[in-house]
Design a protein around this ligand. Sequence first.
Ligand code: SF4
Length: 683
Amino acid sequence: DPAPIATTTTTTCGYCGIGCTLDVHVRDGQVAAITPVHGAPVNRGHACVKGRFAHAFAGSRERLTAPLIRRGDALEEASWDEALGLVAARLTAIRDRHGGQAVAMISSARATNEENYLAQKFLRTVVGSNSIDNCSRLCHAPSAAGLTASFGLAGGTNPLDDLDHADCILLAGANPTEAHPVVGARITQRVLAGARLVVVDPRRTTLAALADVHLRGRPGSNVAVFHGLARLLLDGGYTDEEFLTRRATGLAELTELLRDYPPERVAELAAVPASDLATAARLYGQAEHPAIVYGLGITEHAHGTDGVRTLANLAILRGAVGTPGCCGVLTLRGQNNVQGASDMGALPDLLPGYQPLADPAARQRVARVWGQPVPERPGLRIPQMFDAAIAGRLRALYVIGEDIAQTDPDSGHVRAALDACEFVVCHDLFLSQTAAHADVVLPAVSFLEKDGTFVNFDRRFQRVRPALAPPGQATSDFDILRRLAHAMGADLGCPTPAAAMAECAAVAPLFAGISHDRLDREGPLHWPCRGPRDTGQAVLYLDRFATADGRAALAARPYLPPGEQPDTAFPYVLVTGRRLEHYNSGSMTRRTPNTTLLAEETLDLSAADAAALGIDDGTPVAVTSRRATVTLPARITDELAPGEVFTAFHFPDPATNSLTSAHTDTATGCPEYKVTAVALRPT
Ligand code: SF4
């Protein structure tokens, strides 16, 4: 008989941004089972195949258990003192010779808030650089920019539970059944209870198949589709005139712009039937409680911020945001703490709590608490870091828990940048593709071994509690950063994660009421939470929007075509995304039994394209973009329209991101992962 469960720890899932509350049951120092917590506010007793079953990675023999230092071509084990001494000496030398700007850091959307807070404090105070960024640059930077411009704050407007009231859900650029399964199930439940569903997506996803209307636009046509819907809302009299008069700006400019977007033109631009646009506008327009839920299919485009803003236009036109009982705009975040990493100021132009670096008062507020000045010069975004490394301006890159060599676009360029740096450090659980390029690799711990907090997709601070002891000498990013600062002759303060959260609350008014004590006593708290008696704002903007004039801002932005276009040499459009069984780089899920559910990547394509190319299920297909070629087995499916193909990036081989392009969102630098022109050839 197995030994009884020794401990059960309640914590927050470390996979997607939904932030399900889970009980981790441990026996003999290993996870015996993970169960969802009944009655938990986000997941209500549900969990998906990742959060519930993908935990064996924690006990994998491939875990890094000691620091590694490159000697010649090999990475060899070293003591913590030697490894940290080397990192401290190299960073100090580069900083002193070339200035702090020669060092950049990519912080982690898998790390806790406290670790992200400490990472940006380390780079700003010890190194003297603002070149810190996190993977929101690659996914939801357009959400932060777009939602801030439209409404005033960089988060979704309403809590998940508001979906319980929705009588029409507009789901745009998201496949939550696979990428955010607990929300996918919640939407399905709502539809089965009678809510109408409009899906905007090039793929016929599970929810698209369930929808009243599926607007299957061309990849890259979101802005045109949203303008078409906005024009139909105006023409059909579905707008909230009082709301628009009292609480919004920009209606005249938008109305003028929308003259250029009659349904017939949008039908041509986006390849969606005008009649479907009309039905979708009627369903969203007539609903009493319309909700918008969107994901990376809106943001990861050359005009992703325009996509977010023109989607937000629809909620503003309907007065379906900032109004009691409305369902607002929900943004499905990717990694578990991508919201929190940005909230904590792991960004090159924003301090904790989205305080602009350019604002002297914000810099002074932070500097007062830190006891030293905040550097003024804005830092580099992730894509700019790679360009600067290749140009010789960036000498050292410090990567915390992200496998940029596998997951960032145009990975050949990323690898060239890593090789161009004088010095590369990374923290990770495993020897990742990025670690293989590093000079020093420091063994870190997973969410199952950490103390701190995450912020989920609807702005909830939730506790993360250690259920396991770290393997070998592995330790938290928090501990590594404190020890490294010490080795560089500095003291970051914040002896514990709770102390770091307290300091963050002191520098960021948006989180002034957040503390570990309160979260342990009261449960999750939404930000803004501006003081110890503030219970947090689940629904934003009930009194006023957080813009300068207190009004929501309609955006009159024209539709512009994607950065990458198909042509005769590259006639197909590749869309990338995620699969249910795996998560991002797959470094965790590939080391669990989930691999038996999905053992390899496929190239999904339509039956029509497969027939035209002489491809059967399983045929190896060479996929060539303007940058690289990879080979994938074919999977023929009705999810794809002819001319469009799909794959994910959960496996290092094939290197999907060697195909994707360097085109980025003009406003934020978010890559255009969703549109890559490719050629196909059966091999
Ligand atoms: Fe974890 Fe997301 Fe699955 Fe919830 S839905 S269990 S947060 S991966």
